[in-house]
Design a protein around this ligand. Sequence first.
Ligand SMILES: Cc1cc2nc3c(=O)[nH]c(=O)nc-3n(C[C@H](O)[C@H](O)[C@H](O)COP(=O)(O)O)c2cc1C
Length: 268
Amino acid sequence: MSSNKDTLKSTIIVALLLCIVCSVLVSGAAVLLKQAQTENKEYARNRDVLVAAGMFDPAVHDKAYVEETFKKFSVNLVDLETGKVLSDEEAQAKGIDPANYDQRKASRNPELSERIPADEDIATIKRKARYAAVYVLEKADGTVDRVVLPVHGYGLWSTLYGFLAVEGDGNTILGLTFYEHAETPGLGGEVDNPKWKRQWPGKKIFESDGNVGITVTKGGAADAGSDYEIDGLSGATLTTRGVDNLVHYWVGKNGFGPYLESLQAGEV
Ligand SMILES: Cc1cc2nc3c(=O)[nH]c(=O)nc-3n(C[C@H](O)[C@H](O)[C@H](O)COP(=O)(O)O)c2cc1C
């Protein structure tokens, strides 16, 4: 004879109770961890800005250093079409707070973004936000020391998101770093290899005639003495091409070209 415990009703009640307990635990953990997640995300963003700017070495620097150093940067909202920095009032009028501006979200908002015509979309990103948040470090005399620009574009398997840091001359690269991508570790994923990234500092973006000179060549094809050539990744030609394309897009006239021009003219 079956006991009470074995009845269908008891089984359903136990299963329901278990569901309720589990969902309370999961949603409770999500709520409790939300703040920590937001803080960690912000910390990672700030650290990556410093990595691109050549101001962070994981062997030497700690979390407190990142927090202190990042505070020296200001966040400017750049109108990509004109290259001009929006004043606080202008940003406010558009309902944007530069410090909390989410460019990725904005690029999905029809009011804050535009579709990129196919023949201009060399980075394969389809849409772009009208405004970009750039990180600016000033020298003691108030002139621009360096700027860190958000960049992204498609590789082989994924969109690579990163930062390109440029000196105050608007031309000399300080570094390129990616904080998110899904390229294959050991192949396209070698964009994260510090040895590969060490090629970027000191390279020039523009040639003397103003044309974009910076180029990521096929693996093994770069001239080491060149001011413009970066040796691509062997066995990962498609990711390499993606990086070349995204850098070209973002330093070009449809990306930060107008802003970099203002920087070169000392107007930022
Ligand atoms: C499993 C697998 C993963 C791959 N991942 C990448 C990658 O992340 N990036 C890339 O450019 N090529 C990747 N490739 C190689 C490409 O398919 C292609 O062969 C390569 O980009 C050509 O580069 P190469 O001309 O330098 O040999 C991968 C290939 C395989 C089989």
